[in-house]
Ligand binder design. Sequence first.
Ligand code: PMP
Length: 315
Amino acid sequence: MALDLLPYAYFEGQFVPIEEARVSLTTHALQYGTGVFGGIRGYLAEDGSAINIFRLPDHFRRLRNSARMVKINLPYGVEDLCELAIELTRRNEPTSNVYYRPFAYKSGQNLAPTMYGVADEFAIFMTRLNEYYTNTSGLQVMVSSWQRLPDVAIPSRAKISGSYINSSLANTEAKEYGFDEAIMLNERGKVSEGSASNLFLVRDGVLITTPVTASILEGITRRSIIQIARDMGIPFEEREVDRSELYIADELFFCGTGVQISGIGEVDKRPVGEEYPGPIMTALRNRFLDVVKGKVPEYREWLTPVPIASPIPAQ
Ligand code: PMP
């Protein structure tokens, strides 16, 4: 989907109109993919008076970890990063749900694919965002012929710009074959995750997700769902998953900041379970959507509310 940008970005140490946030052709990150990024959602409060940013410090902790793994220098602490995102929200005065894209990257030039001696920069922009998938009646997915990149090649748990070639190949292949999305296996042939999301399945009433050692990105939505499921008393296992288990799962769904909780109706042309949407996914999704909208007091600490100066009622 095309970006629907908000007017201001944080770029090279200043808040600037988004049109002025431009980099040179010679930028190392553009040539070699030497950047790390985040994706964070902000939900417009029902009365339009604030944006509730979901797990903002946790997203910036992961960004700092991603930067550390690949030696990108990010000279801002988690609190500074949160403050920048909050200030950008104030300046943009959103009137819809939004998505933040923080980006720490090698902004200098160097012919060598090295991290040493190349300058770093940090930027954030914002775009409006509602649903990620147009198909809301059960995604049709395929197991990709592309493997999820192994941690021994590129750190899979880091959100590295260059790594998204792997996601793009899987996603593009799936779309070209008429599917909505791909599921990738890892280098050991075990189930890993989607092109931009983690994966859960339900078998015999047990919620299951692939482990952090399955070459997945350590998703913040995944972690939130595990916590919510535990609090709801849903039996849960984090374990290796075989491809053939996808074919006999009762329920299957992706989760991530963009996709939120998106149910899968068919995998490799086999219908998932007896009914769609299944009861456990439905219960988790309803609860999750209440949580992100600030309707559940126990999880309010996951939200960073940013009051909007001139509130416009939500549609
Ligand atoms: N895996 C990949 C490859 C992703 O791009 C994303 C989206 N960031 C996720 C999983 C889900 O992570 P999160 O819940 O933190 O958005």
